[in-house]
Design a protein around this ligand. Structure first.
Ligand SMILES: Cc1cc2nc3c(=O)[nH]c(=O)nc-3n(C[C@H](O)[C@H](O)[C@H](O)COP(=O)(O)O)c2cc1C
Length: 218
């Protein structure tokens, strides 16, 4: 059995963000409001959807913008604490969504409201998509990997890893609710995405914490 110590706040130490290997950056398109639905309707309607087809990139961006973009930043805060729909330990929001769409791998940069096309091999993209499809054969939509940059959690807490795992569950639920609101299907996957991290350069500070399929309900 793993022995897990409680996290301990440790004054904000120095940290270095992971330098993502970005080829080009594409700003999010204009905001598109979701249909008017009550919170109760969305909350009660959300179910995991396993049969999916490909959704337009703009529809995926609608979901990511609503779920991920910061509503408030803590002023003059070195660790860039922010308020977003998902709860996150210490308001750090250290998890990035990597989007594996038809031909491209993007990091969703919610801070800059942009998709960052990543310099990863076509083999990595194909291998990750085929692994996801083995888990969910009916899913022909996009797949996401949740990748945490441990730099800020480790700068703020001792034993920080469990905080990030709990953030990952909260983020999955938030993404699933946002997908439901925009009429998209969403299904978490039990696989982690460690092979994605292994294929990124000098990625010791990254931890793969989850995966999901997202697309139009088939
Ligand atoms: C961490 C996590 C991993 C999951 N992995 C899978 C999976 O690999 N395959 C799958 O079909 N569903 C997976 N699910 C979805 C659950 O099976 C689903 O949430 C559960 O059956 C409840 O159904 P609901 O989401 O429709 O309420 C996962 C859910 C979570 C939270």
């Amino acid at each position: 059995m793993t022995h897990t110590e409680d996290p301990q706040p440790e004054g904000d130490g120095p940290f270095s963000d992971y330098p993502w290997p970005i080829v080009r950056t594409q700003p999010f398109g204009p905001f598109r409001a979701p249909a008017e639905r009550s919170f109760l309707d969305v909350f009660e309607s959300r179910r995991s959807t396993r049969a999916l087809t490909s959704a337009p990139l703009e529809s995926l961006v609608d979901v990511f913008r609503l779920a991920l973009v910061s509503r408030f930043w803590k002023e003059d805060d070195a660790l860039r604490r922010s308020r977003r729909p998902a709860l996150s330990a210490g308001a750090l929001h250290p998890i990035s969504v990597l989007l594996f769409s038809d031909a491209t791998v993007y990091r969703v940069n919610a801070d800059a409201c942009a998709l960052e096309e990543l310099d990863v091999s076509a083999d990595l993209r194909a291998d990750w998509v085929s692994k996801c499809k083995r888990v969910l054969p009916g899913a022909a939509g996009a797949f996401i990997a949740l990748i945490a940059d441990m730099a800020r959690p480790m700068a703020a807490y001792g034993n920080s890893e469990s905080l990030v795992w709990r953030d990952s569950g909260a983020l999955l639920q938030t993404l699933a609710l946002a997908a439901e609101l925009y009429g998209l299907g969403f299904c978490p996957l039990g696989i982690l995405g460690s092979e994605v991290v292994a294929a990124l350069p000098e990625a010791d500070q990254l931890v793969a914490v989850g995966a999901a399929a997202v697309g139009l309900p088939a």
